[in-house]
Design a protein around this ligand. Sequence first.
Ligand SMILES: Cc1ccc2c(c1)c1c3c(c(C)cc1n2CCCN)C(=O)NC3=O
Length: 278
Amino acid sequence: MAVFKPENVEDFYEIGEVLGSGHFGQVRRVCERSSGTSWAAKFLKIRKSACSRMGLDRGSVQREVDILHAIQHPGVVGLKDVFESRAEVVLILELVSGGELFDFIAEKENLLESEAIEFMKQILEGLGFMHSKSIAHFDLKPENIMLSDRASPHPRIKLIDFGLAHLFSPGEEFRSTSGTPQYIAPEVINAEPLSTAADMWSIGVITYILLSGLSPFQDHTDEDTLKNILSMKYEFDERYFSMTSSLAKDFIQKLLVKSPSERMTAEESLLHPWIKPI
Ligand SMILES: Cc1ccc2c(c1)c1c3c(c(C)cc1n2CCCN)C(=O)NC3=O
């Protein structure tokens, strides 16, 4: 296990406002004292003992750090530094100041299909790079798709939050039932062996929402949402999809495929005519 910097993070960074919080801990804006540069600091509570239920297992934090170090790509948030105290690990991450993609879209009257394609293409390029290194995100959802600078005429996408990500070893069988119900693939619900194909199912769900504002499988309870996923119960309601191209629907249909091996890969989706016009 690599040892992270034992120094006090506050000796190097002035701690700013909370940007978000989750089961893992908090994300805060920080300012690097030596340069004045702003970063995002993810504060992770570490379990004090193996039988403790509070906090994260240190091995899972090590895996997140190893994965972030392995992925150097403009479409993926960068990791700058890691500090460790007795009960906390702090990741110093690239600040993605444009906030969440879906907040950006919510503020627009409506998203042109050409704009959706541009965002999708960037997401798929970052994901394709990760998948080429046998890394799956396993928690793709709108909250984890951020924008570098919303004021730019062409905002850049950044994928964040690799807390559930996994680096596959050759021939390894990996199962997990973690994730967010609306976006998880059937094989996750069935606790079957997983692959990078599970991310592609999530991309299908995200594309459906990007184009319609509706979530294809969401129901009143998580249990019913999961039932809808397993029964492949979704449709393109004409009231929300009347302006959506057939190519866009075909793209979604080739991702929301129950069998992981028959689903489009990230590379194949970048060659789909909706994304790459002939
Ligand atoms: C401007 C802004 C606002 C909220 C942010 C972030 C940035 C942010 C960031 C990160 C994470 C893991 C969570 C973050 N959150 C929490 C919400 C993420 N869906 C991160 O890794 N870099 C960020 O900028």
